[in-house]
Design a binder for this molecule. Structure first.
Ligand code: PFF
Length: 513
């Protein structure tokens, strides 16, 4: 569908499914369950929910409002609403571009695992998790081929347009994902020792008491971990939600939509926990894997532990493997297409402003090609396996910080750990202290917010969001670069005060003039 030549959603439910599709991704399936278990189970959940309401919801409403108000993609949208923070638009376009460099590679790995389980199903063979993962990592050619395939799938969907491609895919993909997730949950919860997995996830301190992890993180670290996870999982501060909001009709209620997206994403993250953690714990306990090894996070949880789980389920295992990796693939595609759309939307808008219509296909092809170039580097690197990682190129040996360990971590650090929290902090400061919260609230008024929501929004956007984001930024930087926590808190505290003053000073004078 189009309005004045610009794309728009076919329906509000179509928009909701697309936004939930953007939010539900690899972050939900491997990030949330593992971080929850590692960071105090129920305590983490409470902190996460608190942040989702006081920070996530506020940023979600803000992005949707700025998008819908300007009807522009991030670069031009921020140009229109701020004098001092115009660079936020570029940050919200560069970050998704960088994320695509590794998200597409991971999508390619998921496709390889799906193919592997299909082959197992057909030929009755089984492949262990570690052997399979090592084989994939040291085969750069295979990784590149599947990455290209993943990019082509995303490209075709995005070229189909906002309602004709993205909305259509999510309308089928999201319900399918949900059903497949339920199938895996039933299997996971009926495995031996499944209750241990639930205790790992929910009982505070259980993971430490049982020796699954060595020590409980302090509350500040939990805040940083939960905040970073929440932002990545909700696709916030990376332009995607703003861009999706720019295609939304004026009639729709932004607050209600935001609540639905946040709630659905959190629910799917919890359900993913039920699907993944009991199965992983069960496998480890049955096979006598040392408790410390029990919880492997990140790519290994998905590609080593879970492949072992399926390989050890007997004949039926590969079938569950196919279902599981298919659902992960849908989750990865629905997120990746939002990132690709965000990067391309700027140039599509530019052409439209010049009166050139129908350039979407051409622009998305170029964007895909550029993504391919950076993704090939990450795919070839194989998580640092093939000797071309940043530390190797710099001639650094021994233990290196995450940011230099491999190209995936390098790209992730710049996008997820730097641009995202810095962007969210500055966006809140821009709304709270430069333009004033009415920039957002006037737009939300099309959906008629209550006075209580207005007061809540103003307080959160001015104080809670910037302060929490400074903590998240400090936690992320410490995690990625090493060094002392105190040093990063001081650096981020100074950055917060600097941008706060930068946002607030001079505005009153302008008004007085
Ligand atoms: N939310 C996605 C996930 O949880 O995997 C990742 C993501 C998608 C981040 C889109 C940012 C974004 F703009």
């Amino acid at each position: 569908m189009e309005q004045n030549g610009r794309s728009s959603w076919g329906s509000n439910i179509g928009f909701l499914l697309a936004a939930i599709g953007s939010a539900v991704g690899l972050g939900n399936i491997w990030g949330f369950p593992h971080k929850m278990g590692k960071s105090g189970g129920f305590t983490f959940l409470i902190v996460y929910l608190f942040l989702a309401v006081f920070v996530g919801l506020i940023v979600m409403v803000s992005e949707l409002a700025i998008g819908r108000k300007t009807k522009l993609s991030p670069i031009d949208a921020y140009k229109q609403v701020t004098k001092k923070f115009k660079w936020l638009g570029w940050a919200a376009t560069i970050a998704p571009f960088l994320i695509m460099s590794f998200y597409t590679v991971l999508g390619g790995y998921v496709m390889q695992y799906m193919a592997l389980n299909l082959a197992e199903l057909s030929f009755g063979i089984t492949a262990g998790g570690m052997d399979s993962f090592v084989a994939i990592l040291v085969n750069p050619f295979g990784a590149v081929v599947f990455t290209i395939l993943f990019i082509i799938i995303c490209m075709v969907i995005v070229q189909g347009g906002v309602s004709g491609g993205i909305e259509k895919f999510n309308k089928i993909g999201m319900p399918a994902l949900f059903v497949m997730l339920l199938v895996i949950i039933v299997r996971s919860l009926t495995l031996p020792y499944a209750s241990e997995g639930l205790k790992f996830m929910f009982v505070p301190g259980y993971s430490v008491a049982k020796g699954y992890i060595s020590e409980a993180p302090d509350i500040i670290s939990v805040l940083g971990t939960a905040g970073g996870q929440m932002f990545f999982s909700l696709s916030l501060a990376m332009g995607a939600i703003l861009t999706y909001g720019s295609y939304l009709s004026k009639e729709e209620n932004l607050v209600k939509n935001s609540v639905i997206i946040v709630a659905a994403d959190t629910l799917i993250a919890l359900l993913a926990g039920f699907a993944v953690i009991p199965a992983a714990i069960s496998y480890n306990l049955q096979n006598g894997v040392a408790p410390g090894d029990m919880m492997i996070g990140g790519p290994k949880l998905l590609f080593v532990t879970l492949q072992d789980v399926f390989a050890n389920m007997g004949k039926i295992g590969p079938l569950f493997g196919v279902i599981f990796y298919a659902l992960v693939l849908i989750a990865a595609i629905s997120s990746a297409i939002s990132l690709m759309e965000t990067v391309g939307a700027h140039w599509i808008d530019k052409d439209l402003a010049k009166g050139e219509k129908d350039t979407r296909k051409k622009i998305i092809s170029i964007v895909s090609l550029l993504i391919l170039v950076e993704a090939v580097v990450v795919a070839w690197d194989g998580l640092g396996s093939n000797g071309i990682h940043p530390a190797a190129l710099l001639g650094i040996q021994g233990s290196v910080p995450d940011v230099l360990a491999d190209w995936l971590d390098f790209m992730d650090t710049w996008s997820e750990y730097l641009l995202m929290p810095l962007g969210a902090m500055c966006m809140a400061l821009m709304i709270g202290w430069e333009s004033g919260p009415d920039l957002v609230l006037d737009e939300v008024a099309h959906g008629d917010p209550s006075n209580a929501f207005k007061a809540f929004y103003k307080f959160c956007v001015k104080f809670i969001v910037p302060i929490v984001m400074a903590f998240v930024l400090a936690g992320s930087l410490k995690g990625a670069c090493g060094g002392s926590a105190v040093m990063w808190y001081i650096i981020c505290g100074v950055a917060l005060v600097f941008f706060w003053v930068f946002a607030a000073v001079g505005n009153k004078k302008e008004v007085a003039e």
